[in-house]
Design a protein around this ligand. Structure first.
Ligand SMILES: [Zn+2]
Ligand SMILES: [Zn+2]
Length: 640
């Protein structure tokens, strides 16, 4: 370990190690708190230096860029007031109020960008300043920025820091880069409206999104990836493939599944039902609403009642129902519908249950954030000694599903209790320790790549979450397996043990997809709409070379349909080259070309999307070929 003088700064430490390191380092962690590189360290501390690849460095970089953008906006739009300007997963934004008569649109972004570049090249230093709350209030009152005043009023006295750079001063906790000089590549991305403090009743500010990098080629790569993401945006692809739509008249956030989308979803559900049947699940069906009292008992009313859809009343006085926000309470009542012995457990109950939760209109997004969605839900009621095995079985199911859908790259997160504070969790220490141990062991025995997060568990139990990485490297949260000690307690669930005494079962909630809506969205973004053969709406399109061969095309189609192969015929009178190109764009896996030669020999010429010519096959041969491919995809045996 190296020792340094009191008052040494992060950048000085970096320089003492090597000059090239000092050039790359962007922030420093001091006892796990991110600091400015230029802030003197006055006490013994453990420090870590952060280069670009660390989240901490990106945070300091993008946060400094938000200040730079604010400086540019203030220069171009004097009198602008500023809300908040945080970093996000990719880049940063700032909520600004340029005044009632001024509108900033996307057309203005290049001008702001140019100003930012000009200011960045001045290499202004970011300087930290500590002041009292009253001085801070005075300062922003003079400036007339009511947003900052409101933010400062909420702060505790004596903790206020400002950051100055160039001509700009901001209320800020930091940390920041040493100076603006390292912000070399800048792109402002979009403009949106955002209510002050997320409150629909308050003023709408202008939110400007941007991203910056230390090098131009890094920005180019990012924009390239963004372009690819746009191409596979599930809202765009869903429209092109006629999978789903929305109607303002039906209501925001309520997806309407079109025939091709409905069939695709049905195939997914059937596949999942089959896998679950093999794993001992039983399908149940419950209504879309339930008495308010049901959710008061479950605790969901406290969570969703006020902030979601309001209860529905009936002509009868005092009778109230709630749109189902969760399926679990209904399943608890099914469990209670008969007595259970320890020998009956585990009971595994599955339902594609549609639930409704209110989301603000600004939060809605395609199929990923909706107001009504169908969970691929199931609840397992088991004995404590069965927990680990049940977890392993659920992991098997999820693994099987991911395989069949070509999600090869995923990691899991185990969320455990806060080690220091056990008071905010329900259930005995003993049960928690057992459950946490069971999850960790199950994940290990199934060779999952796992990160463990302390303090991330829900108050009612630990959980295991699955995050998949899609084809262009983005992370998506999908399935979850969650232990629950709370609902069995609230619903007074029991089983009779071998000792003839009453015991509480443990409940496991699990949803490998999360919801059908979210899952189809992620699947589209992952595959760009090129679904696995077993799932895709149309598996083959028949392309007659001219009208003369339409009858034969019909015959081929009928033949394949008899083998449950889904086909289309392209009967347009276009040249075959154009038909091939157009249908490749429709992402249909097989293109079957039929002309003179094929009619005579009762064959088809087969092309595979993205792979080209597969040669001539007779109809039997092709039917077998395609069925084998489907079987192979669906039977991807667990390799765990
Ligand atoms: Zn800041
Ligand atoms: Zn549940």
């Amino acid at each position: 370990m190296r020792q340094f003088e009191e008052g040494v700064t992060g950048i000085e430490v970096a320089k003492s190690l090597s000059n090239s390191l000092a050039k790359q380092v962007l922030a420093v962690s001091v006892n796990d708190e991110i600091w400015d590189l230029t802030r003197p360290i006055r006490e013994d501390a453990e420090i870590r230096l952060h280069k670009w690849d660390d989240e901490e460095a990106k945070h300091a970089f993008w946060h400094s860029s938000a200040h730079l953008m604010a400086e540019a906006i203030e220069a171009l739009y004097p009198g602008t007031k500023f809300g908040i300007g945080p970093t996000i997963e990719n880049g940063f934004y700032y909520d600004v109020d340029p005044g009632d008569d001024v509108v900033i649109t996307e057309a203005d972004l290049p001008r702001i960008e140019k100003k930012m570049k000009e200011l960045a090249s001045q290499k202004s230093r970011y300087m930290r300043e500590e002041i009292s709350k009253s001085d801070a209030l005075n300062m922003f009152e003079k400036k007339g920025d009511e947003y900052k005043i409101e933010l400062i009023s909420d702060l505790e006295d004596g903790t206020i820091t400002l950051y100055n750079h160039g001509n700009f001063t901001d209320l800020c906790r930091g940390p920041h880069l040493p100076d603006t000089g390292s912000i070399k590549a800048i792109k402002l991305l979009s403009v949106a409206g955002a209510y002050w403090r997320g409150d629909e009743k308050r003023k709408q500010l202008t939110r400007i999104y941007g991203i910056t990098f230390p090098k131009q080629n890094m920005l180019d790569d990012y924009l390239d990836k963004l372009e690819k993401a746009k191409e596979r945006d599930h809202r765009k692809v869903g429209k092109e493939l006629e999978l789903f739509t929305f109607s303002q008249r039906v209501g925001q956030g309520l997806p309407l599944w079109l025939p091709k989308g409905a069939q695709l979803r049905e195939r997914l559900e059937n596949f999942l039902k089959k896998v679950q049947r093999q794993h001992g699940y039983e399908q149940v069906i419950t209504p879309h609403i339930g008495q308010k009292e049901l959710y008061v008992t479950s605790g969901h009313y406290a969570k969703y009642g006020e902030d979601s859809f309001k209860p529905i009343s009936t002509p009868q006085d005092g009778e109230e129902f709630l749109l189902k926000p969760m399926n679990c309470p209904h399943h608890c009542e099914i469990y209670k519908s008969k007595p259970h012995s320890y020998r009956d457990l585990p009971v595994r109950m599955a339902e594609f249950g549609t639930v409704y939760r209110y989301e603000q209109s600004g939060e809605l997004h395609g199929l990923t954030r909706v107001r009504g969605f169908t969970q691929d839900d199931a609840h397992i009621f088991c004995r404590p000694d069965q927990l680990k095995d049940e977890f392993k079985k659920v992991i098997d199911i999820i693994h099987h599903i991911f395989n069949a859908l070509d999600f090869k790259d995923y990691i899991t997160q185990v969320s455990l209790r806060d080690n220091e504070d056990h008071t905010r969790y329900i259930g005995s220490d003993e049960n928690w320790e057992k459950a946490e141990q069971a999850i960790i062991e199950a994940a290990k025995e199934k060779n999952l790549e796992t990160i463990i997060e302390y303090g991330e568990a829900a108050f009612y139990g630990p959980k295991l979450d699955f995050m998949v990485r899609d084809a262009i490297g983005r992370k998506w949260q999908l399935g979850t397996i969650q232990v629950d000690y709370n609902l069995p307690e609230r619903f007074d669930l029991e089983y009779i043990g071998a000792d003839n005494q009453k015991h509480r079962p443990i409940m496991i909630h699990r949803a490998p997809f999360g919801s059908m809506e979210r899952f189809v969205a992620v699947l589209i973004e992952h595959t760009g709409g090129k679904f696995p053969l077993w799932l895709t709406p149309d598996q083959a399109v028949i392309l007659p070379i001219s009208e003369k061969f339409h009858d034969y095309a019909e015959k081929v189609s009928k033949f394949l349909n008899n083998y449950d192969i889904r086909t289309l015929i392209d009967e347009r009178s276009e040249k075959i080259g154009k038909k091939i190109r157009d249908n490749e764009l429709k992402r249909i896996p097989y293109l079957l070309i039929v002309g003179e030669k094929e009619v005579e020999s009762e064959t088809i010429s087969v092309r595979r999307q993205g792979e080209g010519d597969k040669g001539t096959m007779n109809l039997d041969e092709f039917a077998t070929y395609i069925s084998h491919e489907v079987e192979y995809q669906l039977s991807t045996i667990d390799t765990l």
